[in-house]
Design a protein around this ligand. Structure first.
Ligand code: FE2
Ligand code: FE2
Length: 174
């Protein structure tokens, strides 16, 4: 019967395997929330050692996050987006944040402009995150990009980078 054949075909299409892994967009948004929380802690901190430790943690988290975006999420999504300007702008914003982080990491909380540089970094990151979450990520979600496959690759890469950077910095918070 034609009805039975149709039902079987439908079932097969529905059970096609989806990629396993965390949703890449959700993973990146969770990173954003974690960094926002750290910036909030920095704003309240008064002790110089605590400020230095928080600033280092913020820079470490941002560097890991930006690297997985640049190695995996940005190039993968670039292939699916019609307009690549948003990706180019994100890369330029990352470079500006890295320059500021280089300056901050070379300074001490007692230095003039230390707090100002942290405030400007926070403002730049807030702007960047807003663009990613309100423009970039929604555009990606409308494409055929496999965000779970990207999420799995980013999660694995983050683990490797965290191990490398933690060892290189030789310090951790608390
Ligand atoms: Fe991001
Ligand atoms: Fe980014």
């Amino acid at each position: 019967m034609a009805t039975a054949t149709h039902a079987t075909a439908k079932k097969t299409a529905k059970t096609a395997p989806a990629s396993k892994g965390p949703d890449g967009v959700a993973l990146l948004k969770a990173d954003h929330r974690a960094v926002e929380k750290l910036f909030g802690q920095f704003e309240k901190a008064r002790d110089a050692d605590r400020k230095k430790a928080l600033a280092e943690k913020i820079c470490l988290e941002l560097r890991i996050h930006m690297q997985v975006e640049e190695e995996i999420f940005y190039p993968t999504s670039r292939e699916f987006l019609k307009d690549e300007d948003i990706v180019d702008e994100a890369v330029v914003e990352h470079a500006a944040a890295r320059d500021l982080m280089d300056e901050i990491e070379a300074m001490s909380p007692a230095d003039d402009l230390y707090d100002a540089k942290m405030t400007v970094l926070q403002e730049q990151i807030e702007h960047h995150v807003e663009e990613e979450e309100t423009e970039y990520f929604p555009k990606v979600k409308k494409t055929e990009m496999d965000v779970k496959a990207a999420g799995a690759r980013m999660a694995a890469r983050k683990d490797v980078l965290r191990g490398q950077l933690d060892r290189a910095e030789g310090k951790s918070l608390q």
